[in-house]
Design a binder for this molecule. Structure first.
Ligand SMILES: [Zn+2]
Ligand SMILES: [Zn+2]
Length: 289
């Protein structure tokens, strides 16, 4: 049996919108039956305009030093808790700053001994898609409607995947965060999503089946069932992500991710360990210990 998540482990120690210490996150992961746990702190931002709300006091310099401190603490905790859990150390990307995000993310990746990278996008043209319903509605209106937003989103995700070739592809339909229950993408958006999934298949990444929306009242796990079924038909691998932002959210809702994967027809889930790399493990062996 194994139980794992490869997107999450944000902590209040290194992330202004998370809670608790990283050590408390790891101890909770042990208590909640994880055998492997991925830490994927947000990449720092490099321009003041790209700071997340609440990071103004920290500034870009503060973010850069917090990120270095995150890696050092994660490495320390990996040794400290090695007898109880395998920690995988990574980070979550951004497509920021707009004109040099690829170089910025590559430089971060090379600067530290990361086990893996979660390729995520949270913005279009520097405007967040996941901050508030009003902000996303404003973006939708400025781009020319829902379909235009969705096409821009999936095209952007595709560029990110082709460029960074991430191990895990984060929340591929984050753009629908504020859509009402029962929301489904239209045919042109689904065609754009199919191109994204072709890129994921070609670069060998695994989709993050992320339970945060289910936990926070924003609908089913990312990706929606239609997208997950398409991914399964195309042979795209999947893994689990709790997107935890503090000890209290560690593993919460992850059984919904597992159920979504099973419902899409998958028989295996990808798991990373430091000795063997990525392996496909049978779905019936995936549960807390
Ligand atoms: Zn976060
Ligand atoms: Zn994210």
């Amino acid at each position: 049996m194994s139980w794992f998540s490869f997107h999450g482990g944000h902590s209040g120690e290194f992330c202004a919108h998370a809670k608790g210490t990283l050590d408390a996150v790891v101890r909770t992961a042990v208590e909640r039956g994880f055998t492997h746990y991925g830490l994927s702190e947000h990449a720092p931002r490099f321009r003041d305009v790209d700071l997340y709300p609440g990071e103004e006091a920290l500034g870009t310099e503060g973010l850069a030093s917090a990120f270095r401190a995150y890696v050092a603490e994660a490495l320390r905790l990996r040794e400290l808790h090695a007898g109880s859990i395998e920690l995988l150390i990574g980070f979550e990307t951004e497509m920021l700053p707009p004109e040099r995000w690829a170089d910025a993310m590559d430089a971060l990746r090379r600067a530290h001994p990361f086990d893996y990278v979660v390729g995520s996008v949270h913005d279009i043209d520097g405007r967040w898609v996941d901050y508030s319903a009003a902000a996303t509605e404003g973006l939708k209106a400025d781009l020319g409607g829902a379909e235009a937003l969705h096409l821009a989103w999936f095209a952007r995700m595709t560029t990110m995947v082709e460029t960074l070739q991430p191990d895990v592809v984060g929340h591929i339909d984050l753009v629908r965060k504020f859509e009402p229950a029962g929301f489904r993408f239209g045919p042109r958006a689904l065609a754009a999503a199919e191109r994204l999934l072709e890129a994921v298949a070609a670069t060998g990444g695994a989709l993050d089946v992320n339970c945060a929306p289910a936990r926070n009242g924003y609908g089913p796990p990312y990706p929606l069932p239609d997208l997950l079924a398409m991914a399964r038909r195309m042979g795209v691998g999947v893994t689990l992500g709790d997107d935890s932002h503090g000890p209290e959210t560690v593993g919460i809702g992850l059984e919904l991710s597992l159920a979504a994967i099973a419902a899409a027809g998958y028989r295996t889930i990808r798991r990373l360990d430091r000795r063997n790399g990525w392996r496909d493990v049978p779905i019936e062996t995936v549960s807390p210990r």
